[in-house]
Design a protein around this ligand. Sequence first.
Ligand SMILES: Cc1cc2nc3c(=O)[nH]c(=O)nc-3n(C[C@H](O)[C@H](O)[C@H](O)COP(=O)(O)O)c2cc1C
Ligand code: SF4
Length: 797
Amino acid sequence: MAFLHISEQLPAELLLIWHHHRLPILLCALAAATIVRLVLYSRSRRHKIFASPTPSSPVEKKTVELKPEWLPAYTTTLSPPNSNTDNHAEDDISAVALVAKAKKGPKTVKGRKTTKKSAVPAPIFDHKTDKIQPLVFFQSLSGTTERYAVQFAKVFGEWTAECEQASSFLEPQTLDISYIEHDDYFISPPKTDAGTKYFYIILIPTYNIDTVLDIFIEGLQETHNDFRIDTAPLSGLLGYSVFGFGEKEGWPTEEQGFCSQAREVDKWMARLTGRKRAYPLGMADVKNDVEDRLQEWRIGVQEALVEIAEGRGLGEGVAGSGDPAESDEEDIEDAEDSNGQGTRVDDVEDLGSMVTSSSTPIPVDFTTYKSKPKPKLISTPKEMVPTTSPTHAALTKQGYSIIGSHSGVKICRWTKSALRGRGSCYKYSFYGIASHLCMEATPSLSCSNKCVFCWRHGTNPVGTTWRWITDAPDLIFDGITAAHYKKIKMMKGVPGVRAERFAEAMRIRHCALSLVGEPIFYPHINELLEIMHSNRISTFLVCNAQHPAQLASLVPVTQLYVSIDASNKESLRKIDRPLHRDFWERFCACLDILRNRRFEQRTVFRLTLVKGFNMAEEVKGYADLVERALPGFVEVKGVTYCGTSAAGSAGLTMQNVPFYEEVAEFVTELEKELNSRGLTYGIGAEHAHSCCVLLADRTRFMKKGKWATRIDFERFFDLYEGKAQGTREDNGKVVGWRPEDYVGDETPEWALWGNGGFDPRDARVYRKGKGPKMETEGEDKKEQAESKRADSAALEF
Ligand SMILES: Cc1cc2nc3c(=O)[nH]c(=O)nc-3n(C[C@H](O)[C@H](O)[C@H](O)COP(=O)(O)O)c2cc1C
Ligand code: SF4
């Protein structure tokens, strides 16, 4: 009975519970369903990114694990149409405000200070035995700061050599921040003998646009916030002082941004050094009082150095000296205003210093915030290359047309040369691309490397993530093609331009996506490529092997390049100077992706040889990389010397440019090494004029025993559009096309190894001392003045 009773009661009670609590029950069920959905969604997304979106290849694929941090983390903001040169972007104004992703910081632990900090202990400097090594750092985009830094270093150097304490000083060194390894100086002081102590002097301009300065400042900030690193890792310095260059005309007050980046650097240095500001931040208006301010500040820094040299450390009570007079309020303010991340690990650091500086117990509240958390900052993305920026000025001066705010196009010297019937670049000899039909462009002028041979140092935008206003792909396409045609039209009146070539040039057939910067950095690269292909423009895309996720999800291009600037980690670090700390893992992942995709499209390794950097004894290392990725082709070229002061600062001179014979010798050795490993590569073609030699896979790019390195472009488009069927199969079913499906004609005789690579139908114009003289007027006279080596090494992509 009791059982029956209970069984009758239960549904009624359940019904009652349902009536009373149905709302919360429904809400809980909804929340649970949402969570399950989100988990499933995120898994399926990740799964998609892991797999290449293109049809699978008929061979086994190496699994390439894409680390979560390699996945693009951007939300792009398409720029409004008026930021570009044409008006086709009406449909793309779906601007999305980019909400800056708040960095996941460590759990906040807050402490309340009850005592003032004690004085910074005097630096461990024995004035009788130790030496002070002053380092003068500077960064400069348009040369002003560099000029003042050189001037400063000269006067300051004379003072250290002549002052009473001269025996305590080593000769000051001047260092361009763009060319040093950040980690060698700003994660810890440089390693040296125990008796040498460093003093940092930092001269820095301010730019309210995205520049390489942001990378430097972010580096300081990251070091400070990195849990693995002591929060004051530069406390071993004797001291530091910062001087800022700005302009009051545009940025009249500090609130309006006057010298704001110098102030940032000063703030982070204070934290990284454990408050060793030896002299207050100096600031000057370059259009007004810079000479006086800089001199005044130099004298102050010198006085601070005298104190140190005489063993009195950073001194007592001098305003801004980093002594106890520096208020705690300033620290709190600083901690709060740093990009909205006010409650970070600084607090833990403060806690640490309180423990050492206070004798009384410190009340610590681990659960509450000191003040109301600030609302998250909405960071508005900036333009990558605004028209007001020095990069814009430098690029346009070099003949680039900037499209929108992050794309560029330029007609290269080979296009001009081909228009005049004087020969095309190596791409014609190797692949059949006539230079007058080719456009050279990039949708991203920004890059994640700072290669030593890149002329754009100091001014080029760099970054590890895309954080700029983004132009729509059709805007970019319209902009670059219009600018290219405009430049071609300007060649109309140039003596020697052949009418038929001029007419042909008014229909772009090929696009080399390289130029400067990193094309796959652009978030809509696939759409841009699709537009090119639908206009039957072939695509040669060069990437720097630093963005595996983007590489894995790239649509097939006509020819896919990966720049191989070194054969091993250390050498790559030196030559490419990548911004990513895990650059080698990224590089290796890109090689594996290239291997997986080698039957979908033509894949190419592009080696740029720089004597003294990446040539000697690296043949075996390069062979290892070829063995890993098995590219269809390996292009080997000597570096082009750009002759700028930037290249000089990077340690490059003409001596680093190899002669053609040296490149040829290197390629022969590489071929031998590859063959000794059973790899079927042979030297397919050469273009001596560009200092470039081509190795190709004999089993794939030969027809009836003859090299066939050229491309059937029309067939490529037909395959792409589905008008022709490809032969790539998976499980007996055709899933796409293979590079072999669009192999073109045999490589012409004149382009084969040993024949030089110059089309006899073109008129070769020799430069002074290099062969029979055919023309010496106008532009050629100028060209004759160039050095022989530059001549042999000149190469445009
Ligand atoms: C695009 C641009 C943005 C600038 N932004 C600022 C700024 O926000 N605050 C400031 O004080 N000066 C600003 N300046 C002025 C520069 O800091 C100043 O001209 C400096 O001397 C440049 O140094 P550099 O030639 O070494 O690069 C800006 C200049 C340019 C061209
Ligand atoms: S990858 Fe190209 S654009 Fe980027 S730094 Fe190197 S040379 Fe310059």
